[in-house]
Design a protein around this ligand. Structure first.
Ligand SMILES: [Zn+2]
Length: 209
């Protein structure tokens, strides 16, 4: 539980700083708290400033610049920030500026762009952080492990022996059932549209090893 006095104190402290120091200080303050307290502080700071828009979604507030974040990419549709409690250092959260609780609610053109950006971030993790692998992960719904109210693409750099657990036990499914399921969820490709996704943000020589 974070007291209102503490919240006011944090607010005052942040307000007295320039945007860059504000980011740093906010990260420092959050680092000293457990995840519950972090949520509370983010929500309380957001709720007051955003007037509870989108139910006080912290990521909507970040998108509006109301909460200081460490940004690694942004454009008019989306932003990517460093996770303050990363699975590994360099763990990036990419999300649309427009509120959506799961990826299925995000318009197709934004989903396409997000995947391109996610891949660029992953390439950069290989190149600049010397990652030996990356995970690009979206959890849709609580049962899938989603904890944020706003859809997030997690881009996690992976390193030898990093003990990040992403996995499941494999189940056995009879062949007939596989065929039945495939019939149910099969999707026919849409007719081709001329759509150009522009390259930006990454240097030519950036490649996945
Ligand atoms: Zn949101």
């Amino acid at each position: 539980m974070v007291s209102d006095e503490k919240i006011e104190e944090i607010k005052k402290e942040l307000m007295s700083l320039g945007p860059e120091e504000q980011q740093k200080k906010f990260q420092e303050i959050l680092k000293e708290m457990d995840p519950e307290e972090q949520k509370e502080v983010i929500e309380k700071l957001t709720g007051k400033k955003a007037g509870g828009g989108e139910g006080g979604c912290p990521f909507c507030s970040m998108a509006k610049g109301e909460i200081p974040v460490t940004t690694v990419y942004e454009d008019s549709d989306m932003m990517a920030i460093l996770d303050i409690n990363p699975a590994n250092k360099g763990h990036v959260l990419l999300f649309p500026r427009e509120h959506a609780s799961i990826l299925a609610e995000v318009p197709d053109n934004i989903v396409s762009k997000m995947f391109v950006v996610a891949n660029k971030i992953a390439k950069t993790q290989f190149e600049k952080l010397d990652a030996k692998g990356t995970n690009i992960l979206v959890s849709n719904g609580q049962i899938a492990g989603q904890t944020a109210p706003h859809v997030l693409v997690n881009i996690i750099p992976r390193f030898e022996g990093d003990k990040v657990a992403i996995g499941w036990e494999r189940k056995q499914v009879p062949e007939e059932e596989l065929a039945e399921i495939a019939k149910k969820i099969e999707i026919k490709p849409e007719p081709k549209k001329a759509e150009i996704v522009h390259e930006e943000g990454l240097k030519e020589e950036t490649r996945v090893p």
